[in-house]
Design a protein around this ligand. Sequence first.
Ligand code: 5GP
Length: 232
Amino acid sequence: MGLLYEGKAKQLFEGPEPDTVIIRFKDSVTAGNAAKRAQIAEKGTLSAAISLKLLELVGAAGIPTHLLRWLDERSFLARLVEIIPLEVVVRNRAAGSIVRRLGLERGRAFEPPLIELFYKSDELGDPLLCESHIQLLELARPDELQQIKRLALQAQGILKAYFAPLQLELVDLKFELGRVKGKIILADEISPDTMRLWDSETGQSFDKDVFREDKGELGATYLEVARRMGVR
Ligand code: 5GP
């Protein structure tokens, strides 16, 4: 099994069939462009189980994703996609970087949800992009960008509605999308590493902010999300 790419939280291997890849979740967690890092037992298996369930959920609602099938407790098989180097962030409330950048009050609601696009580039620190930058850098065509935003908004709506009865509010999340035979599909993971979830009653964080801001034990946090989702 050839390693194609080693990321901060995942490894990518050649798949057993043409045009497939194996995505394997590691137990590592990083924040601040890997300035802060740790190993957390069970994080990989928990993120894999959560991600699989959420990709299945949006897939079942008709949104094309890269997920093909579950392989083992920390890996799934996915379609090989040409990743578009954009981080598509959808926000229902202000938290994280938008609070720092725009001086907004944390928790301020956005209705409709706000979309921001960032350049996926570790060297540049994932800068915020204007649509004119996206055209300048030829990251996506205007029609693709419309499709990317439509899919991201639809997927976040499905996920927000799924989490609400679990007493978890979807505050924001980040999608990555890619091309397969000219079609745009959802790729990457959907897990508490890539979204903010706040307990609807207490406002407590159930996501990577627990690690970023030293607010508690990350393994126990992800386990609680997995339990509420019924995947543990
Ligand atoms: P922010 O822009 O506030 O840092 O992030 C907004 C949302 O997107 C958060 O849910 C955050 O977890 C996710 N996000 C943004 N950039 C990244 C990234 O580079 N890696 C991961 N795992 N999540 C990100």
